[in-house]
Design a protein around this ligand. Structure first.
Ligand SMILES: Cc1cc2nc3c(=O)[nH]c(=O)nc-3n(C[C@H](O)[C@H](O)[C@H](O)COP(=O)(O)OP(=O)(O)OC[C@H]3O[C@@H](n4cnc5c(N)ncnc54)[C@H](O)[C@@H]3O)c2cc1C
Length: 475
């Protein structure tokens, strides 16, 4: 952007024209979604992103000839908004779903040695689709499996619209419903830590119930897992940028917004270094702390609540071996600090050997540990899990740390999450942390972007694009 010029059409340039200029601040999935939805509805959109790329928290970078994701990302078939997004950017084929949920779960803490179990589904109606898998799940006793079944049915009966659920913690609820520490570790946390980024005891019952009900107890295929077979940047930066360009969105990267304000006529001014952009509507799609700092006075009743939303880290451990040590695309682990392991060889462009990414959620205890300490911990653990790693040479070992990967899904967080509308006319919020009902996920980000776009379109009196993601009716 050239200093001092207006980056797009502005109200100041064309007085009297029907207002339909929007500025979207933040080029993560929420902002990209809002920008696409608005442009598809005929709004003139400028998207401003402070970093040199789009994609926000889900991105890729280059390292010694490899394309590395900052963190392994997965989604589920029930993530209908993110799937809409993938379709919209023509990326669905690059991040396909499993035909049927199938998660290998390797336990290395057994006296008799490594043991492989599987969480998979059958082609039966809910909840029978998981019945056989649960009945044969070797990491729980018979009694534990029966109690898991009963707790799942109790979970299915919870009313997600009940605000009291958010005040309780999931761990206490599981204990009250007969779940042993082992059942929590080998099943509830195995899924919950990866999807919610918190252990059950530190997680809102409302958010946990939402995840388990939607993923495991709604539609038989709801928990089928999808993940990018290409670097995340191919989807969230390259393809997203292409879709934005063809939709007519003006996208400016390396453009950090320093302040926003409105005048008496309701025209918004968005300040970036060397320039002011004007707009009829602004979507603030930045993390909650940045949103707090940019919000004009009076835009929210209790803006300090945004600062009360905690954050939770995710650590990724990356290991490049000189040979193939893992024969599956991914697995989850028990009895070891290792959580989920993905084969990223092909996606990263590695031609020789194998590249594994370990996704370590709720990593508060490890996020600041030196690489050497993590190496000393994780390489022997991988050798326990993968016998073929024992004789293999480690060509590279590095870590990526996302200290504020997600908002912390603690009990009570629900009341801190604002919706898309603010009290300032023409100013809207988006971001995975806003009140979508979902934990901090790509799904939540996309949903928030659609909600913000819907609110803008309503205010500008413009029809919703026909192919925009439709929110499902509440049951
Ligand atoms: C390691 C890791 C693993 C994860 N795993 C999963 C997973 O498996 N599945 C899943 O669904 N989700 C996962 N997530 C969460 C998911 O990535 C996020 O919830 C989602 O990407 C958030 O998108 P967003 O648009 O709401 O926010 P962000 O991605 O944070 O985007 C906000 C953007 O705003 C920009 N910005 C901030 N301030 C300004 C400013 N002043 N001016 C201009 N731009 C600004 C930022 O640079 C950023 O690009 C993971 C996250 C991490 C970090």
């Amino acid at each position: 952007m050239t200093d001092g010029t207006q980056p797009g059409a502005s109200l100041a340039d064309t007085p009297g024209r029907l207002g339909r200029d929007a500025v979207v601040i933040g080029g993560g999935l929420a902002g990209i979604t809002a920008a696409l939805a608005l442009a598809d509805a005929g709004v003139r959109v400028t998207l401003l992103e402070g970093r040199p790329r789009l994609g926000g928290l889900a991105f890729s970078f280059q390292r010694d000839g490899l394309t590395v994701d900052n963190g392994q990302h997965v989604y589920l078939r029930c993530c209908t908004a993110y799937r809409w997004f993938l379709d919209r950017i023509e990326g669905a084929a690059l991040a396909p779903l499993q035909d049927r949920l199938d998660v290998p779960v390797l336990d290395v803490a057994r006296p008799e040695g490594r043991r492989l179990g599987r969480l998979r589904r059958d082609a039966l109606p809910v909840p029978l689709h998981l019945g056989r898998s649960l009945a044969t799940y070797p990491h729980l006793s018979l009694a534990e499996r029966a109690r898991v079944g009963r707790a799942a049915l109790a979970l299915k009966g919870l009313d997600l619209a009940d605000p009291n659920l958010d005040t309780q913690d999931f761990g206490s609820w599981l204990t009250a419903h007969g779940q042993s520490a082992r059942a929590v570790e080998a099943l509830w946390d195995l899924v919950g830590v990866a999807t919610l980024n918190a252990v059950a005891g530190e997680c809102s019952l409302g958010l946990a119930a939402m995840v388990f009900k939607t993923g495991l107890l709604s539609d038989p295929g709801a928990a089928d897992i999808g993940w990018a077979r290409v670097p995340l940047g191919d989807l969230h930066d390259r393809l997203a940028r292409k879709a934005l360009d063809s939709a007519g969105v003006r996208t400016e990267i390396r453009t950090r917004v320093t302040s926003i304000s409105t005048d008496d006529n309701g025209t918004w001014s968005v300040q970036v270094p060397g320039e002011t952009l004007r707009a009829d509507a602004v979507v603030l799609a930045v993390p909650q702390r940045e949103a707090h700092d940019l919000l004009p006075a009076g835009a929210l009743d209790a803006p300090e609540r945004l600062l009360e939303i905690g954050t939770a880290p995710i650590l990724n451990v990356h290991v490049v071996y000189d040979r193939k040590v893992l024969g599956r695309p991914f697995f989850a682990a028990l009895g070891t600090p290792v959580q989920w392991v993905f084969d990223r060889t092909e996606a990263s462009g590695l031609h020789q050997g194998q590249y594994l990414a370990l996704s370590q959620s709720a990593a508060q205890d490890e996020i600041d540990e030196p690489v050497a300490a993590l190496r000393e911990r994780y390489l022997p653990e991988l050798e326990r899990l993968l016998p073929r790693a024992r004789g293999a040479e480690v060509k590279d070992f590095f870590v990526t740390r996302e200290r504020t990967a997600t908002f912390a899904p603690t009990p009570g967080v629900g009341r801190l999450r604002p919706g898309a509308r603010t009290k300032a006319s023409g100013l809207y919020l988006a971001g995975a942390w806003t009140a979508t009902g979902w934990p901090a996920t790509m799904e939540s980000a996309v949903r928030s972007g659609v909600s913000a776009a819907d609110a803008v379109l309503g205010a500008l009196g413009r029809p919703r694009p026909r192919h925009l993601f439709e929110f499902e009716e509440a049951a």
